[in-house]
Design a protein around this ligand. Structure first.
Ligand SMILES: [Fe+2]
Length: 373
């Protein structure tokens, strides 16, 4: 943008052709080479909409719409940001007219007959203000973009930290280190199928992977034990729900609040036989009921230090069988309708779904004895 005012596009609106020509000539003489003029007030809105001018020279006394009406019509365009100044030209020198024009949106006033030096100075003043406003506007746009970029960076960092925290939780007992993320993905699919909004499902997607964060507090000799746990060891293992909820408690972030809820309730059972509280039915938050299904299914079909992977169909059947006992029947129903192979797609390439005789034998065991949960 040039420092002098002749960079500007000026729109002249006057129903008198002679006035239009006079103003055009003056403007051209002063170096303005982007001047648009019209005697047709009705066409001004479209003109401004197509290419907004930097200044409007507006006659007040015209056939409809007159200058006052036109200012009203143009307001959506002229009020900005950045605003477009209006310099009103009128032969009516009455104070009431001036006040009405200023109240209606005019920035300045010129009385006819026009005095060229005054016209030039007032146009120059308004365009200088316009130039500074444009500069400020540009700067604000850049600042807003910069802030937006930083906000997006922070959001991405926050989500990455959540993923890495989930990775830390499963680092010791999941060879593939994908269990937590698969549980998140399956939980979000279940959530959507159960009628959650995209936003709610996304929170679930990010929060569910932290369900076992409390395993950080479980000793290796229990977490990685290849044989069945003693009753005392099992009690200690169960404490991961409470520990996880404690680690995540007190956050102001929606994802962490949801993660706390899930950590605390993903081992509760529909019939009240779960832990740590033994609550039942809809007393258990929906997030906990959903993650319970997603977690058990994923644990069943994958290898653990203490078990072989179950065949897919067997795991799906197990979820169905436990509907109404361990799992919310509605969640189990919706789970039955999912594409189960797709839930495993990223890891089936490792051949984990292959089921040997031993796996089948273990698959016959009751769930409580099969999954150390
Ligand atoms: Fe768990």
């Amino acid at each position: 943008m040039r420092e002098d005012e002749t960079w500007a596009r000026v729109l002249v609106v006057d129903d008198q052709q002679a006035n239009v020509i006079l103003l055009q000539r003056m403007l051209e003489q002063w170096g303005y080479n982007d001047v648009v003029a019209t005697t047709d007030a009705a066409s001004v809105y479209a003109l401004c909409k197509e290419t907004p001018p930097d200044l409007i020279l507006l006659d007040l006394q015209m056939p409809q719409p007159d200058g006052f009406e036109l200012m009203e019509i143009l307001r959506p365009i002229t009020q900005g940001p950045p605003s477009i100044p209006i310099l009103v030209l009128t032969a009516d020198a009455q104070q009431a007219t001036r006040q009405r024009a200023l109240a209606g949106g005019a920035n300045d006033f010129l009385s006819k007959p026009l005095e060229p030096i005054e016209v030039r100075l007032r146009i120059g003043n308004l365009l200088e203000t316009r130039r500074l406003q444009l500069q400020l506007f540009d700067r604000n746009v850049h600042l807003t973009e910069a802030v937006q970029e930083r906000t997006e960076d922070l959001q991405a960092a926050r989500l990455e930290l959540l993923e890495r925290l989930a990775l830390a939780a499963e680092y010791r007992d999941d060879n593939t280190q994908e269990h937590a993320q698969r549980v998140g993905r399956t939980a979000a699919l279940l959530g959507r199928a159960l009628g959650m909004s995209d936003a709610e499902a996304e929170v679930l997607h990010r929060a569910a992977p932290l369900h076992d964060i409390g395993k950080i507090g479980i000793p290796d000799q229990i977490l990685l034990k290849h044989t069945h746990l003693t009753p005392e060891e099992y009690e200690l293992m169960k404490s991961h729900a409470r520990i996880g909820a404690e680690i995540l408690s007190g956050s102001t972030f929606a994802i962490l609040q949801k993660a706390e809820e899930i950590a605390a309730t993903h081992h509760e059972a529909w019939d009240g036989g779960g832990y740590p509280l033994g609550i039942s039915g809809t007393e258990i938050p929906l997030s906990g009921r959903i993650v319970a299904v997603a977690d058990v299914f994923d644990a069943l079909v994958h290898e653990r230090p203490y078990k072989e992977p179950w065949p897919l169909e067997r795991a799906v059947e197990e979820i169905r069988k436990l509907a109404g006992r361990q799992f919310d029947p509605d969640v189990a129903d919706v789970f039955a309708s999912l594409d189960h192979a797709a839930l495993l797609a990223p890891i089936e390439r490792d051949g984990e779904a292959g089921a040997g005789a031993e796996a089948l034998e273990r698959a016959e065991q009751p769930l409580e004895a099969t999954l150390r949960r």
